[in-house]
Design a protein around this ligand. Structure first.
Ligand code: GUN
Length: 282
């Protein structure tokens, strides 16, 4: 089999356009504030892409860039101010934070109604309980791509590789909510290859370049690759060896151009959801 490639750029463009049109139609200008601490170059690029997309969608966007030596209490004060600011519908604190700041303390300080990253324990709890409100952006993008490809999830054997708070765990919860039979595999799983071979739907989010080989893929499987890794030669690759896997899969996402663009589109979607909820829309 030679897999059909799921075009994340096209899907993300459609979603961004739909969100922009919906906000316009509802007469809402959602406000998104992104907070970045320090000057990690990759994080700066991500933040710029997020705020650019928000502006293009007609949202009000603000970036608060703080120096790397910002203290945790100072950052918490900024969060408190944004929580209280009625013009702010969504707050995103770019991760990772500098080591002297406790990430969990910062996430817990967010107003859950403005937590457009879906990371606050209240939002994580709603998702775990099967009643999602604000859902983490990358996992939400994964589900949108699966829907776009028309992949039937009810009853399907799904395997998620990686148990991070940002991706693996919420993806497993969303797939469970879609009635898949979900295995959450990770670095301590005894035989990763064997678990993957059982998957009709395989989502990989481990951050290891081309870890998943072609012979780990079941014939006809759907493969969603969340990894973005830069190889020594500068090339961006996913967590899946794409060419090998594409020979066996029915559907596969490329890197770049697969899940990546969906994260930002989902962020806009979440910001609109938060803006509507804060304005009393259904
Ligand atoms: N850093 C890498 N991915 C993400 C994300 O989805 N949200 C935030 N806040 N930071 C990130």
């Amino acid at each position: 089999m030679s897999a059909a490639v799921i075009d994340g750029r096209a899907a993300a463009a459609r979603l961004r356009a739909r969100v922009a049109a919906e906000a316009r139609g509802a007469g809402i200008v959602p406000g998104l504030t992104v907070v970045i601490v320090g000057d990690d170059p990759a994080s700066r690029v991500y933040v710029r892409n997020k705020t650019k997309a928000a502006a293009t969608a007609g949202f009000r966007e603000t970036t608060i860039a703080l120096p790397a030596e910002t203290s945790e209490p100072a950052l918490l004060q900024v969060i408190a101010r944004l929580n209280a600011d009625d013009a702010v519908d969504g707050i995103l604190v770019q991760l990772p934070l500098p080591k002297h700041i406790r990430t969990q303390a910062v996430i817990e300080a967010l107003d859950p109604a403005k937590d457009v990253d879906g990371l606050h324990p209240l939002n994580a709890g709603h998702l775990a309980g099967g009643h999602p409100r604000l859902v983490p952006c990358t996992p939400k993008g994964v589900m949108t791509l699966l829907a776009e490809a028309g992949v039937a999830l009810a009853g399907a054997r799904a395997v998620v590789l990686g148990r991070s708070t940002l991706v693996g765990r919420p993806v497993a919860a969303l797939l469970t909510g879609a009635d898949a039979t979900v295995t959450l595999a990770h670095s301590r799983t005894r035989d990763l290859a064997a678990e993957c071979r059982r998957a009709e739907v395989l989502v990989v989010a481990v951050g290891r370049a081309e870890l998943v080989r072609g012979d780990w893929i079941a014939e006809g499987a759907t493969v969603i690759d969340v990894g973005i890794n830069r190889r020594a030669d500068g090339r961006l690759v996913g967590d899946v060896a794409f060419a090998e896997a594409a020979e066996r899969a029915a559907w596969i996402t490329p890197v770049p151009g697969g899940v990546g663009p969906m994260t930002i589109a989902s962020l806009l979607e979440n910001t609109l959801i938060a803006a509507k909820a804060r304005r009393g829309f259904a």
